[in-house]
Design a protein around this ligand. Structure first.
Ligand code: GCB
Length: 631
């Protein structure tokens, strides 16, 4: 029987001695499964017990208005705890008489919407970096035999969580989900939840202090209370392999409190007439492999199948697409066929230009724009985006590059920092491993080449492969050397990725646009390359007769023309994700009247108005697609 314990940061982890006893330990799973089935499998890390498919469960939303206290000096820590000892308890103190002094009072009228960044909700928080306390009262019809999991889609950057005054854990990292089992702390009837959110930038974080995006603070993704039976399906991976004329295969892990696990799970995929009983080991684990011939998922035909997992009295439903991804020499293959990735980079910003995106509608608008540009691929920069984006990409037929914010100069020498990066990587993979759209896990963006960085990134690549051998690993590199006529991809770290991402801003940060068309690209590696960034800034509506006039639409258009001409001659190039779909907020971009704290490299303005370069890229993509059809 698998036991869980809550560690310092409040995560669930399997006890070490239990892990050692597991017949098919999760850590060894990928190895064993490869031997048994001859194909790659996903392994689940014992440290990251995220509940798979939380939206498919019985969910009580805690979204809406939350009471808040803005607390730049972190006095709340002392005030709230004042009457409690030992520490770790948080009192939601209310004044009982007019003479009682309660300065830290949640009911004094300040609120913030959850999910949502705080910067765009209240003027005084626009540039704020510090602590805000959040509080939510809610009722619960608590059933005695149920388990309750409190789940946060994401909180930027640090969260400390208290349920009815008791600390249940903390989490660091602004773009991945986390959850706590709060069954013990919850009461039937009235409850309150307090979350301390701190978005201060620090050198030892992932990302570190310097980024080119807005440091939106707050509870930026949905919060939910998930009700589970005493036994439930904790996690699963369901993948496809073309082996032996097609197999749907994977693993499944049950969770729960009692020792008497039901020993059987039933997996149904009605449209494929699959109805298979799967036997669990004593630790609640199973692996499976079922012959199947699904219609394979492609961007042109994003077929998803309803998958049902029956366990005890519970039925969990997911929508999963089946496809397989490989690299052969300089080619990327989807379902055995090579393809060119017509992509665009996207930040997680609202299509209306008002802060962090999080909703289904936001995802639909952003990804429809990508489709309108004739993309079959999106790079979700520079951190894992919300689940709606990835699920929408599944539905709309867009392949996805998903990334962790190992960005620029993180402290590569520091072990603690490495652990933070690895945790974010693991959380990202754990959350999205069943999404057909995910093609790449990216471990970094533009990291300076030196030994400590090399070791750090190599470890991340190994970890990503250990967790998921079904996806390709990449990173966006800007460390090419110069040749007489252009650039050479020779970064030693490129040897470790499956596909090399290259960021290069010819005609904007370097050189004149006219010289870009003649640039040559060589690579020391026989691997596919994606031009993961190039571009230029333009203020939508600013025009000039002079193609070199900075921030004019004509200049951006010209830079695109010259870069695309350059890319036409780059044989290893198997995809592009220019920078970027739409203008996004950045504190690094203060130029008054032009940038006003917006990075202007969008093909669309911050509210979605097209600039001239949009049409240049769209035309290039249309021609690429035509040429592919002709091949
Ligand atoms: C880059 C970074 C990206 C920036 C972009 C720019 O190389 O990867 O995060 O926003 O350049 O606009 O300078």
């Amino acid at each position: 029987m698998k036991k869980f314990s809550q560690n310092y940061s409040g995560r669930w982890s399997m006890e070490k001695e239990m892990l050692a006893k597991l017949p098919c330990s999760l850590l060894w799973l990928s190895l064993i499964c490869s031997v048994l089935f001859g194909h790659a499998a996903l392994a689940s890390s014992s440290e990251f017990e995220l509940l798979q498919n939380p939206q498919g469960r019985s969910v009580q939303t805690l979204d809406g208005q939350w009471n808040i206290i803005i607390d730049p000096y972190e006095n709340g820590f002392y005030n709230h705890r004042y009457q409690e000892y030992p520490t770790g308890y948080f009192k939601n103190k209310k004044a009982e008489s007019v003479s009682e002094l309660v300065e830290y009072n949640f009911n004094s009228g300040n609120t913030l919407r959850v999910p949502g960044d705080w910067n765009t909700q209240r003027d005084e928080l626009f540039f704020y970096e510090g602590t805000v306390w959040y509080e939510k009262d809610f009722r619960l019809e608590k059933a005695p035999e149920k388990q309750y999991l409190l789940r946060f889609g994401a909180v930027n950057y640090k969260a400390v969580v208290y349920v009815n005054g008791e600390k249940v854990g903390s989490h660091e990292g602004g773009f991945t989900p986390f959850e706590f089992n709060v069954t013990k702390q919850l009461s039937a009837g009235e409850n309150f939840l307090v979350v301390k959110v701190d978005n201060r930038r620090e050198r030892n974080q992932i990302p570190t202090v310097n980024t080119d995006w807005w440091n939106y603070g707050g509870i930026t993704r949905p919060v939910s209370l998930i009700e589970l039976d005493s036994h439930y399906v904790q996690d699963y991976s369901i993948q496809y392999s073309p082996k032996d004329s097609g197999q749907i295969y994977g693993w499944l892990q049950a969770g729960g409190v009692s020792t008497a696990y039901p020993v059987e799970v039933k997996l149904q995929i009605p449209e494929l007439e699959i109805d298979q009983a799967i036997r669990l080991t004593k630790s609640g684990f199973a692996e499976f492999s079922i012959n199947a011939s699904p219609v394979l998922w492609t961007p042109e035909r994003p077929r998803l199948y309803q998958v049902k997992i029956h366990y005890g009295d519970d039925v969990l439903t997911d929508e999963i697409g089946f496809r397989y991804i490989e690299v052969k020499g300089e080619d990327i293959l989807l379902n055995g066929e090579s393809l060119f990735l017509r992509g665009i980079s996207i930040h997680e910003e609202s299509p209306r230009g008002d802060g962090r995106a999080w909703s289904n509608d936001d995802a639909a608008t952003l990804l429809h724009w990508a489709k309108e540009l004739n993309c079959n691929f999106v790079r979700l920069a520079h951190y894992p985006h919300n689940e709606n984006m990835v699920k929408m990409a599944d539905k709309m037929g867009l392949l996805v590059w998903s990334e962790i914010p190992v960005y620029w100069t993180v402290l590569f020498e520091n072990q603690e920092v490495y652990q933070k990066a690895e945790r974010q990587l693991s959380e990202m993979i754990s959350r999205d491993k069943n999404r057909a759209s995910i093609m790449f896990w990216s471990v970094a963006n533009e990291t300076p080449s030196h030994k400590a960085r090399y070791r750090f990134l190599k470890r991340l690549v190994e970890k990503a492969r250990e967790l998921d051998e079904t996806r390709l690993i990449t990173a966006a590199l800007d460390t090419q050397s110069s040749s007489a006529t252009g650039k050479v991809i020779d970064d030693p770290f490129a040897a470790h990725v499956d596909v090399i991402g290259v960021n290069s801003y010819c005609g904007w940060y370097a050189d004149e646009p006219k010289n870009c068309a003649g640039y040559t690209w060589e690579s020391k590696y026989n691997k596919p390359v994606i031009m993961s960034e190039f571009g230029a800034g333009a203020l939508q509506g600013k025009h000039s007769q002079n193609k070199l006039a900075r921030f004019s639409e004509e200049n951006q258009e010209y830079v695109y023309q010259m870069n695309l001409a350059m890319l036409d001659n780059f044989t290893a190039l198997k995809g592009v994700t220019p920078w970027i779909l739409k203008d996004f907020r950045s504190p690094r971009r203060p130029l008054t009247g032009i940038q006003d704290f917006w990075n202007r490299k969008g093909l669309l303005s911050e509210v979605g108005v097209k600039k001239k370069a949009w049409y240049v890229l769209k035309d290039w993509y249309d021609k690429k697609q035509e040429a592919e059809k002709g091949d």
